[in-house]
Every structure is written in structure tokens, then in C-alpha cells.
Design a binder for this molecule. Structure first.
Ligand SMILES: Cc1cc2nc3c(=O)[nH]c(=O)nc-3n(C[C@H](O)[C@H](O)[C@H](O)COP(=O)(O)OP(=O)(O)OC[C@H]3O[C@@H](n4cnc5c(N)ncnc54)[C@H](O)[C@@H]3O)c2cc1C
Length: 292
């Protein structure tokens, strides 16, 4: 199919307006974190394909669980956190806390902006901002009985793009005995985001929200790299022998994209190093500091 902005592709495909405005537009805005649907139609097709073939899900316990599980599969001490990298080369990583670490290859796995600061030739994309507002209540009432569903606002009657009673999806995320409602604002949030979100949620759930407690408001200006046409989901990950880059800015702007780009990059590293044995056998002795 020809590549277009998603909004244009939806208009061109002959899908009834009711289906587009009532379901596809708000669903794609949520999946792509892009309220104007300027994203490449190829990204939208991929997102819809994943949505149709699987189910919406969140990692039990929070987003940090996924990297913790991945790190747990590695030999102890392989990963160090809380270390800030200040420069990289093909043979070394300089850190703010531990000085220079020597190495045989460097894979830079930061967000796009940090990657371009460390390797100035890299392109910095535009980003879609995302704001997430978490509320709790000890009095859910019958109105909060949407179950583990994602509630989309097709009417665009306020700042909330989508919301869910997250304690029904993953009880471990909620404070004990309380209901957790997590709501997402796409694009630039209004000045008093909490008040505007509460008013909108009162209409969406059909229940007063003025006694709800605000647990947290997280605004991430660089949440998701924008992928307008012409969009290349296989941006190079091998910059030169010994220097590699991965992350959501090299692939689709999703967790899957970040992981897929990492697979491409590590495959290139193993090939360049001629590695035929598992990488951890090539690690330096335990007494030496190791790069994360
Ligand atoms: C609110 C929100 C909701 C989202 N929801 C979804 C979703 O439902 N599904 C989905 O697929 N995606 C979602 N995303 C997008 C997803 O989080 C990203 O695409 C993904 O995290 C990208 O992974 P990454 O490894 O490329 O980069 P990041 O997750 O940004 O990781 C980069 C890491 O590099 C570290 N770093 C940066 N600079 C340095 C430095 N100098 N030295 C050392 N470390 C450094 C950072 O601290 C960070 O830990 C969401 C994003 C946000 C903000």
C-alpha cells in the first residue's frame, strides 16, 4: 500500500466514518500516542495488526519489571544501573561515576536525544508527549465497573485520550485496598491537567471524581519518537565496527521496536566479533569493572 499519514489513509480506505471516528481514530491515537494521526500509515497498519493478533496488556508490577526480568537472565553483575555515560568510542565507555571502561564493542541503548548527545551525527526526531495521571479512590461505586478494559474517548470531550481502572488489570499496581484509575493525555496537556482530567473522567465514568486522590502526574515530553512518512522501521544499528546503536528510534517506536533493534544490533556485534561462544565467556574477569 502507498505510505500516507495515518489520518489520510483512514479517509482514503473507504471505511465508514462511524467506524473511523467511533473506534479506529481513538484506538490508533492510543496505540501510536499520536492524537493528530500524523504517523506513517505503515506504523498504524503494524499497530492494528498487533492489536488484532494479540491482546492489550501491561507488565504485572509495572513497566520496570520487563528490564528486571531480562537482567535476571544474565550472569550476576553483568548489568550496572545508576551509571551515567559521558562519552563512547569503539573501544571505551567513559562514565561519570567509574571513569573509563575498556571494551571491544559499544552498543548505545539510550533514548534518541541522549544517543545524539553522545554521538552527534545521529538524527534527533520529533517526539509525541504523553502525560499519565493516576487517581485512587476507596469508594469505586458501580460506575467503575468497566473491568480490565481500555476506555477510549471517541467524542474528544476533554483532555483524556484513554483511561482504565488499572487495579482491575493489575491489582499489584494499586495501593492496598484502593482502586487505581490511570488516564492518559496525549499531546500538550492543559495548564491545570489534574482538574481538567478529573472533570473529563467524571463524564466518562459517570461518577463524581472530586473526592478521588491524585497519586501522581507523570509528564514525558519525549515519550515516543514521531514516525511520519517516509518512515524506515529498520534504521541502521551498526554505525561502524565496534560502535552500535539501538532503541525505539531505530525501529518502531514501541517496546517491541526497541527489543527488535537490540536483536539486530547484537547480531551485528556477534558477527563483527566473530563470536561463536556465548558472550559472557568473553567477559573480563570479575575484578574488573564492566560496562552496562
Ligand atoms: C507514558 C508512556 C507510555 C508508554 N506506553 C507504551 C506502551 O504501552 N507500549 C509500548 O510499546 N511503548 C510504550 N511507550 C514507549 C516505550 O516506553 C519506549 O518505546 C521504550 O521504552 C523505548 O525503549 P528504549 O530502550 O529505546 O529507550 P528507553 O526506555 O528510553 O531507555 C533508555 C535508557 O537509557 C538511559 N540513559 C539515557 N542517557 C544515558 C546516559 N548518558 N548514561 C546512561 N544511561 C542513559 C535512560 O536512563 C534509560 O534507562 C510508552 C512511553 C511512555 C513515556
Amino acid at each position: 500500500r502507498p505510505e500516507q499519514a495515518t489520518a489520510d489513509a483512514l479517509a482514503a480506505r473507504g471505511i465508514p466514518a462511524r467506524t473511523v471516528d467511533g473506534f479506529l481514530r481513538p484506538l490508533l491515537a492510543a496505540l501510536l500516542c499520536d492524537p493528530e494521526l500524523t504517523t506513517s500509515s505503515r506504523g498504524a497498519d503494524l499497530a492494528l495488526r498487533a492489536f488484532a493478533g494479540g491482546r492489550l496488556s501491561v507488565p504485572e508490577g509495572g513497566a520496570a519489571v520487563l528490564p528486571e526480568l531480562l537482567a535476571r537472565a544474565l550472569p550476576p553483575g553483568t548489568v550496572r544501573t545508576g551509571v551515567r555515560v559521558t562519552s563512547v568510542s569503539t573501544t571505551s565507555v567513559t562514565t561519570a561515576e567509574h571513569g573509563v571502561l575498556r571494551c571491544r564493542a559499544v552498543l548505545l541503548a539510550t533514548d534518541a536525544r541522549a544517543a545524539a548527545e553522545l554521538l552527534p551525527g545521529l538524527r534527533v526526531p520529533d517526539f509525541h508527549p504523553v502525560t499519565v495521571v493516576h487517581h485512587t479512590t476507596d469508594d469505586p461505586g458501580p460506575a467503575l465497573s468497566t473491568g480490565p478494559s481500555l476506555l477510549l474517548d471517541a467524542d474528544r470531550g476533554g483532555p483524556v485520550a484513554h483511561t482504565a481502572v488499572l487495579s482491575d488489570v493489575d491489582p499489584s499496581r494499586a495501593p492496598a485496598g484502593r482502586t487505581l484509575i490511570s488516564s492518559t493525555v496525549l499531546g500538550t496537556p492543559p495548564d491545570d491537567v489534574d482538574a481538567a482530567v478529573r472533570a473529563h473522567l467524571a463524564r466518562l465514568y459517570g461518577t463524581p471524581t472530586n473526592r478521588w486522590e491524585t497519586l501522581a502526574v507523570h509528564h514525558t515530553p519525549d515519550a515516543v519518537p514521531a514516525t511520519r512518512p517516509a518512515y524506515d522501521p529498520h534504521r541502521p544499528v551498526r554505525l561502524l565496527a565496534g560502535l552500535y546503536v539501538c532503541g525505539d528510534h531505530r525501529d518502531t517506536p514501541t517496546l517491541q521496536g526497541a527489543l527488535h533493534s537490540a536483536t539486530r544490533a547484537t547480531t551485528a556485534i556477534l558477527t563483527d566479533l566473530g563470536a561463536t561462544t556465548p558472550m559472557h565467556l568473553a567477559d573480563p574477569p570479575a575484578s574488573m569493572p564492566r560496562a552496562a
